[in-house]
Design a protein around this ligand. Structure first.
Ligand code: ANZ
Ligand code: ZN
Length: 877
């Protein structure tokens, strides 16, 4: 071994050795018991990856490497999510074909991943822009079309006026385009949609068996949004039409003082009186121009307009006005709401704004009297149904007395059951279930996506492209004029659109739209298993052996997008007999965000390091920039490239930094000291192994405590304790940070025993054992250094495929010492405790002793003095 730790010299060598030995290739025939499929969400190949992007892959790599050492057959593939808007927009900007640019970016990303030491099976690489991949998007589309899971509809879609495309709900953030930030508008256009709503219940049900973070499960549950409620018909006064409302709170119906319908509701024109017509039309037009998500967001002022019409409450015969308002959605429930301002906050704000009466009908506790005139807000919780004399606001009319008396004193839940039943018996309502989940509009008016395999023929209508004619390939970029016209660019490419009808052979036109890239990522996890299979998207036997993904790692931002879509596709693929597990991924780890300081000039925006002068000011205007901590991102100038980092410190340092900064789920902030610290830690290990190498070459490994002096004995115990902790922290809790901390402590003990010098207090056999165990322990986190340690032993083979050692139970037994327990310096008790107990553990035992507790009660605790291995003293006054 070299004198100095020089990662640059050693890391590429081991990367080549791993490649040559092909040790990361997943075996074809794992046994069910030892297969583990570790998958990270595949990257979008934009320019190059930064350290923030790589965090997810390093986390996955530690798990994959650890499990390999534990004897698992590990599948750990990688690919590229290569279609989509950013590549197309870049192509428009600089005229380079997306395919060319994408391929360059992929090569660069692969180089970076290899340089980080990721243990990936590159033989399984996929890239979604290749026809050999997207062909199967088309094939799945056709199978779903046959099952009525794909359909064409006119939908009011989210439309980004800048990107000129439809956006899924998941791609709209606070009413703006997730990509470019432009305010999204609503537009009616024909689209292709997946009938994901057919799986709403299955998608909810499936969540129960998954080991996923609670917040993702909650986000999906809410997104699917199953609500049990009732539908009730209100007659329109003076006609014979009805308006049906959906409510989850039919127990509040005696407090309904108005109805509200969505601006898009079909009854709007019929209901509007001539006096109200111009006001209504103006309002409806205004709503058409605002995005429906922005319009219904919390905090947006509730506004509306009276139609001039009235409805009749079927339970009470009360006449109430019908309004139109911004907060009612046309495509949820029935698009009409009974408004109960006393018990619903939106209704409350609206009623206050338009001076509509408020009647309280639910009591939060018996005897409560609510005064609508002075209520600061609606009381929205379930409660007890009020008797007529307990209600506040306008009194009920006589017709309402029968039902009000029957309900008085019932709980809200009992009231809902009772009134739903009543409505059913009288034929004006029933119980029902609603979902918030909507069908997935997935056609895009863009070029760089999977062409939709449909042909339109004047004679035969809409004709699916037969399987034998797949893939329908994208025409070369050179043939395209990417005009931002709002129509699909492929529509202007004659040689693409003009085709023959597969049915009658006559002239026909292809569908010029492409698929949302979320289709690509909805099933890629299966494609890795048989990436070259050309009969089916995935070969059944490998799917049976390897699926589901055992551990999936990726960003929590995908909670209600990709992570729902791929569950939906998995269910469909199971019905198609392609896969056999109910869910695509059993465990999910969502990694935290990597932050870094960013500089912003008030004049010139985000500053890259090269935009800052030596005084730290903006190089263009010399103004001092503002510093803030931002999510690491290329656009904010605060991205840290792995290339420079690897060049200076090595990949192992970069890995240790990312892993040591906190557990995988936690956000972390980039900092240079942390990197230095990680480097020093690895250099210290290097020095140990280098110093010991001549001594241990010929030694045989120590195998027991027997015959060791106390110094050696304690080091051996520390070694095995560390091994035990690292095994648990990596394997059970995935707290890689505490595993690394444990190794750091061990290294301190080894330095204390002078193992790094020729004055070592350790016997060669123990030094050998130290290195033999350190190599596998380090292998998941710092794999290159681990190989160096391993080969310094004169051992054949690679550390990456060694066997994970088991700690020696004899050495795990912990030494015990007697702690003195003092109160105000006087001995009040004693406790036998493990020598390495921490303050909290000793304190807990001490406080539990009756005598000690008695003394502690005599005053207030001011201070606790703790001397490890000796005493704890409580200072009480
Ligand atoms: C009366 C009522 C009284 C309501 C009350 C709530 C509280 P979830 O749980 O999301 O299903 N609603 C129904 N359709 C709507 C639409 N198209 N746009 C906007 N709001 C709509 O919510 C169901 C509740 O949301 C329904 O119950 C209805 O208001 C409203 F004290 O009816 B409720
Ligand atoms: Zn035809």
């Amino acid at each position: 071994m070299d004198d100095r730790y020089q990662p640059k010299a050693i890391e590429p060598r081991w990367q080549t050795a791993w490649d040559q030995a092909q040790i990361f290739a997943a075996p074809d025939q794992p046994t069910a018991a030892n297969k583990t499929y570790v998958l990270e969400m595949f990257p979008y190949p934009s320019g190059s990856l930064h350290i923030g992007n790589l965090r997810c892959y390093v986390i996955g790599d530690v798990i994959a490497r650890f499990l390999r050492l534990r004897g698992h057959a590990v599948m750990h593939p990688m690919g590229f999510d290569a279609l989509g808007l950013p590549a197309e927009n870049a192509a428009i900007k600089d005229g380079i074909a997306p395919a060319v640019r994408t391929e360059q970016n992929i090569q660069n990303a692969k180089r970076q991943m290899r340089a980080m030491g990721l243990s990936l099976d590159w033989q399984r690489e996929i890239a979604t822009y290749q026809p050999g991949y997207y062909r199967w998007n088309q094939w799945l589309f056709l199978r779903m079309l046959e099952r009525d899971l794909v359909y064409r509809r006119t939908a009011a879609v989210n439309w980004c006026p800048r990107d000129e495309t439809v956006l899924a709900n998941e791609q709209v953030v606070n009413g703006c385009c997730e990509r470019c930030g432009t305010a999204v508008v609503t537009k009616d256009i024909p689209v292709w949609a997946f009938r994901i709503t057919r799986y709403a219940d299955a998608l909810l049900e499936g969540l129960k068996g998954l080991q996923w973070p609670d917040r993702i499960v909650t986000a999906q549950t809410n997104w699917i949004g199953k609500s049990h409620g009732s539908e009730v018909d209100f007659a329109i006064a003076g006609g014979n039409q009805k308006i049906r409302v959906f409510t989850t709170r039919v127990d509040t119906i005696l407090g309904a003082t108005y109805l509200v319908i969505a601006p898009e509701h079909p009854l709007v024109p019929t209901l509007t009186s001539s006096e109200q017509r111009s006001a209504v039309e103006a309002f409806v037009e205004k709503m058409r121009r605002t995005d429906k998500i922005a319009r219904t967001a919390d905090g947006v002022t509730k506004e509306g307009v009276f139609t001039g019409a009235h409805a009749v409450n079927p339970f009470t015969n009360e006449r109430i006005p019908i309004w139109i308002a911004n907060f009612v959605l046309a495509d949820y429930g029935t698009g009409a709401v009974m408004s109960v301002p006393a018990h619903d906050q939106r209704d409350f704000e609206f009623a206050r704004g338009y001076r509509i009466p408020i009647r309280t009908v639910i009591l939060q506790h018996a005897g409560q009297r609510l005064d609508p005139a002075s209520m600061p807000a609606a009381t929205c919780d379930d409660g007890i149904m009020a008797a007529p004399e307990e209600m506040g606001g306008p009194p009920l009319q006589l017709d309402a007395m029968e039902v009000a008396r029957a309900c008085a004193g019932k709980s809200s839940a009992a009231g809902r059951a009772f009134l739903t039943e009543w409505a059913a018996q009288h034929g004006f309502g029933s119980g029902t279930v609603q979902y918030h989940l909507r069908d997935w509009n997935f056609s895009r008016q863009r070029y760089w996506g999977t062409p939709i395999p449909i042909v339109y023929c004047e004679k035969c209508g809409t004709v699916p492209v037969p399987d034998t004619q797949l893939p329908v390939t994208l025409p070369a970029f050179e043939k395209i004029t990417l005009k931002m016209t709002g129509t699909a660019p492929l529509a202007h490419v004659a040689e693409f659109v003009n085709t023959k009808c597969p049915k009658c052979g006559g002239a026909a036109k292809r569908d010029p739209e492409t698929m949302d890239t979320f289709v690509d990522s909805a099933w890629y996890f299966a494609r890795y298993l048989s990436p070259r299979e050309d009969q089916l998207p995935v070969a059944a036997d490998v799917a049976r052996r390897w699926l589901p993904v055992d551990i999936y790692i990726g960003g929590p931002e995908h909670a209600v997008g990709h992570l729902i879509y791929f569950r939906f596709f998995n269910k469909v693929m199971k019905e198609l007999g392609l896969v056999f597990s109910d869910e695509p991924a059993q465990r999910l780890i969502t990694q935290g965000i990597v932050y870094n300081k960013a500089l912003r000039c008030s004049e010139h925006g985000w500053l890259f390091p090269r935009d800052v002068d030596t005084d730290g000011n903006c190089a263009k205007c010399q103004r001092p920039p503002q510093t803030s901590t931002e999510k690491m991102s290329k656009s904010k100038g605060n991205a840290v490239s792995p290339d420079e980092l690897i060049d200076r410190y090595g990949a192992d340092t970069a890995r240790v930094f990312l892993l040591f900064a906190g557990p995988p789920e936690k956000d972390l902030e980039w900092n240079d000291q942390g990197v230095e610290g990680a480097y020093r830690f690895l250099a210290r290990i290097w020095r140990l192994a280098q110093a010991a190498q001549p001594r241990i070459r010929a030694a045989t490994r120590c195998r027991s405590l027997a015959g060791l002096d106390p110094v050696n004995g304690n080091v051996r115990k520390a070694l095995h304790r560390t091994l035990h902790k690292v095994t648990e922290d990596i394997g059970v809790s995935q707290h890689f940070n505490t595993a690394i901390a444990a190794i750091m402590e061990l290294v301190n003990e080894l330095y204390a025993a002078d193992m790094h010098t020729d004055q070592t207090k350790l016997v060669p056999a123990l030094e050998r054992e130290v290195v033999e165990l350190l190599a596998p322990m380090l292998s998941p986190v710092a794999p290159h250094l681990a190989e160096e340690l391993w080969s310094s032993l004169g051992q054949p083979g690679l550390a990456a495929v060694a066997t994970w050692p088991a700690p020696d139970p004899e050495s795990l037994v912990r030494d015990e010492v007697t702690y003195a327990i003092q109160v105000n310096g006087k001995l009040r008790g004693e406790a036998r405790m493990p020598a390495d107990s921490d303050e909290a553990a000793v304190r807990q035992v001490a406080e539990a002793q009756e005598k000690v507790a008695g003394y502690l009660k005599e005053g207030t605790l001011r201070k606790v003095v703790f001397v490890p291995k000796r005493l704890i003293n409580f200072v009480v006054k």
